[in-house]
Design a protein around this ligand. Structure first.
Ligand code: FAD
Length: 285
């Protein structure tokens, strides 16, 4: 299975993010979306993982299934807060046995703001574990262009990110809407001696209400005009307008030197298909 680290640096990559479906209807929807997006020949896809419960197992099962049955690599998101060294080691052995080569190492969020428990506190500790695993995983980490909400200040956010990313292969960002936030992040990392690839995460605003909520949680600034324009539309009109604005943002990020685009699909194919069509002139792949 291809390692994402080896795909970066050639042509810009195009990747899609999914979340584990909650029920059988949603599972069928995800399967149909994967069928449709397969036609776009993504460089890779990724699957988020829930915190607690059977979150990790469900992600493992979906990622393993994609790696076995689809013609592109799947990366597993893996959160570490609340987990034991032993539990994480067992999961990594499962991934290695299934031939999964790519892991996104994340801290995750303690449920409902409760105190951080378990053997891990920061994503960098998980990166360390991944680096010593014999499978030789390709390792990604999260980056927050507008600064992580738990960071004391911008400078410490960038210092911790640069240290973490220098031990990993690449980063994928939280969603944002102003391309200047991405270039500023890359410049700040370069000033700290970190030049690892940072793939921007792009969110098509197909469900403005939900995306406002996510943005409030992760500190992404909402462009009011875009959101109110999209809120005034519905159905296919809204999907097309959301895809168009996400494609514009993606285009300017590629022009700014981004190594690829990671699309938050929300498990729906429509916006991603339209964005990929617009981008195909520039050849992200
Ligand atoms: P960290 O890198 O550990 O950073 C968290 C905070 O700790 C930051 O403020 C950082 O500056 C600070 N910090 C780091 N190291 C130190 C140190 N040594 N000393 C002091 N402070 C330090 N969440 C999920 O639950 N499931 C998912 O699948 C998921 N996927 C994601 C995918 C992407 C692309 C992104 C951007 C986020 C994703 N998240 C997911 C959310 C993520 O888990 C949260 O944002 C979480 O709060 C932080 O994760 P992190 O890996 O950035 O943490």
């Amino acid at each position: 299975m291809a390692r994402i680290a080896d795909l970066l640096g050639n042509q810009p990559t195009l990747s899609f993010e999914f979340f584990p479906p909650a029920d059988e209807v949603a599972a069928k929807q995800l399967d149909d979306t994967l069928d449709e997006l397969t036609g776009l020949a993504p460089s890779f896809v990724s699957v988020t993982c829930g915190v607690g419960g059977d979150g990790h197992d469900r992600t493992r099962d979906i990622v393993t299934d994609i790696c076995r049955n689809r013609p592109f690599p799947a990366m597993a998101h893996l959160t570490c807060v609340g987990h034991t060294q032993q539990g994480v080691a067992a999961l990594l052995d499962d991934y290695a046995a299934a031939g999964v080569a790519n892991i996104l190492a994340l801290a995750g969020d303690p449920p409902d703001g409760s105190a951080i428990s378990g053997d891990f506190r920061y994503a960098s500790e998980l990166v360390e574990v991944l680096r010593t695993h014999p499978a030789g995983f390709s390792v990604g980490v999260a980056a927050h262009p507008e600064v992580h909400p738990r960071s004391a200040d911008r400078a410490s956010d960038r210092r911790h990110l640069a240290a973490k990313l220098n031990e990993a292969d690449f980063a994928i960002t939280q969603f944002f809407f102003n391309p200047a936030d991405y270039t500023r992040l890359c410049n700040e990392l370069a000033d700290l001696g970190c030049r690892q690839p940072v793939i921007p995460g792009v969110m098509p605003v197909i469900w403005p209400k939900s995306i406002r909520r996510y943005a409030a949680m992760n500190g992404s600034t909402i462009p009011e005009k875009l959101f109110s324009d999209l809120e005034a539309l519905s159905g296919q009109e809204r999907v097309s307008a959301a895809a168009e604005s996400a494609a514009e943002l993606s285009q300017s990020l590629i022009e700014a030197g981004a190594p690829g685009i990671h699309l938050y699909t929300l498990n729906r194919p429509e916006a991603s298909t339209l964005i990929a069509e617009v981008l195909s002139d520039q050849g992200p792949r």
